[in-house]
Design a protein around this ligand. Structure first.
Ligand code: EPU
Length: 419
């Protein structure tokens, strides 16, 4: 199993190009199932989770071609069956995203229930309740969601909790439904907006994405198209924190700065100078120690849960006391115990971590069981004295394209160690 060996202490300096967004790519690749012809997707990041969803599409019989620079072409018309097996779903919860498209395009779906996961119980009850309200007949048998429908019917859906993939699944299902669907309390994440734009490029009638009310006018069929995925705001945010934590100067290129508003507010509060261009952001923390910041996660446009662990790492070496409150997931603090092993001073109380900054961390062997927690350990390793070995980096490979190459370009001392 690969690990990353990091020798800390170098302020990062330079620029890094941001990849396509994982959490937009996954629903968009699932949505290709809705088309009645080939679809071509560009700016796809080369990530483990993307490979998993491609594998899933291929497993069901879709013809998938991977072209130059990860341009993915999917022809869903060759589909042989509508079954997403446990073996694939258990490695990636987002596989649930094929449920809506399969049901709405092929009238049936058999998708394994994802089960437990490292960051909490994460049920899919809202996906299922929404599809039922659209007229699907759904029950759970042998660990699988069994769903059938002649043709889904538009309905008004009020989501009890803001759910990103839930909103996406229902939007995809409603795209081919008979009549109009209204999703109230919809997720407003940029990735939801990107999926809506992709559906519209295939001929769908989605309006309101980016607000909490999305209206979908169902159409008879969706056609193939060419589309490029939006840049990854979480990857961009992570590299900016890497600049801040090492007291460096980092410019992220190829981003949509407006998607990082909440993160930039906190980086400025930590003392960073931030300059924003049309598609780039530059962070300058040279010559000073970051200040602690208070962070409370919530759905977009508030501070993203996917940046919580990285800010925990920043607070660990910052000046002062900062609190981190996690309100989206009930168990997303796996990084805390590992950071403590590197010398962090953190008190954990329920969904709140109170972090008193220390003036140095020491390198240690560490590991984490989810993607963003692992990223926070890499960040801590960049600033720790001596060597840090981050194990189980297959989690990082799920969401950060070429992380060691990109960090190396910024001057980090980092290497991938096999075995
Ligand atoms: N929830 C329910 N019932 C449901 C669905 C969700 O109770 O049917 C609850 C969850 O348990 C959670 C809250 O609603 O407490 C929000 O979860 P959400 O459904 O929004 O999360 P998700 O769609 O499973 C996506 C991202 C996550 C990101 C969250 C929150 C993808 C593929 N995943 O997950 O990304 O943390 O939204 O923004 O889009 C990551 O990239 O590291 C990652 C975990």
């Amino acid at each position: 199993m690969d690990s990353l060996k990091i020798t800390g202490g170098t302020p990062l300096e330079g620029e890094v190009r941001i990849s396509g967004a994982k959490n937009a790519t996954l629903p968009i690749l699932a949505a290709t199932l809705l088309a009645n012809g080939p679809v071509s997707i560009a700016n796809v990041p080369h990530l483990r989770d993307v490979t998993t969803i491609i594998e899933l599409l291929g497993h069901m019989g879709a013809a998938v071609t991977i072209g130059e620079r990860m341009r993915i072409e999917v022809n869903p018309t060759t589909l042989r069956h509508c079954r997403a097996p446990y073996e694939l779903v258990r490695t990636m919860r987002a596989s649930i995203l094929v449920l809506g498209p399969l049901l709405s395009r092929f009238g049936q779906a058999e998708v394994s229930l994802p089960g437990g996961c490292a960051i909490g119980s994460r049920p899919v009850d809202l996906h299922v309740a929404g599809l039922k309200a659209l007229g699907a007949d759904i029950h759970v048998e042998n660990g699988y969601i069994q769903a059938r429908a002649e043709r889904l019917r538009g309905a008004r859906l009020v989501l009890d909790t803001v759910t990103v993939t839930g909103t996406e699944n229902l939007m995809m299902a409603a795209a081919l439904a008979d009549g109009e669907t209204i999703i109230e309390n919809a997720a407003r994440e940029p990735e939801v907006v990107d999926l809506a734009a992709f559906l519209n490029a295939m001929g769908a009638g989605v309006t309101g994405a980016g607000t909490d009310t999305i209206v979908i006018a169902g159409v008879e069929a969706l056609h193939g198209t060419d589309y490029a995925v939006l840049p990854d705001r979480i990857e961009a945010g992570t590299y900016l924190v890497a600049g801040a934590i090492t007291s460096g100067l980092v410019r992220v290129k190829g981003v949509r700065p407006e998607h990082l508003d909440a993160v930039l507010i906190k980086l400025r509060a930590s003392g960073a100078d931030i300059v924003i261009g049309e598609d780039w952001i530059e962070l300058d923390m040279r010559g000073r120690r970051p200040r602690s910041v208070d962070v409370r996660t919530a759905p977009y446009p508030a501070f993203p849960t996917d940046m919580q662990a990285q800010f925990a790492a920043l607070n660990v070496i910052a000046d002062g006391v900062g609190t981190i409150v996690e309100t989206v997931f009930e168990n997303r603090f796996m990084h805390i115990l590992e950071l403590q092993r590197m010398g962090a001073n953190i008190r954990l109380q329920g969904n709140t971590a109170v972090i008193r900054g220390v003036d140095h961390l020491t390198g240690a062997p560490v590991m984490a069981t989810d993607l963003r927690a692992s990223a926070s350990l890499v960040l801590a390793g960049l600033v720790a004295e001596g060597d840090t070995t981050v194990r189980r980096i297959y989690h990082i490979d799920r969401g950060y394209e070429c992380i060691e190459e990109k960090l190396e370009l910024l001057g980090a001392r980092i290497e991938r160690v096999s075995g």
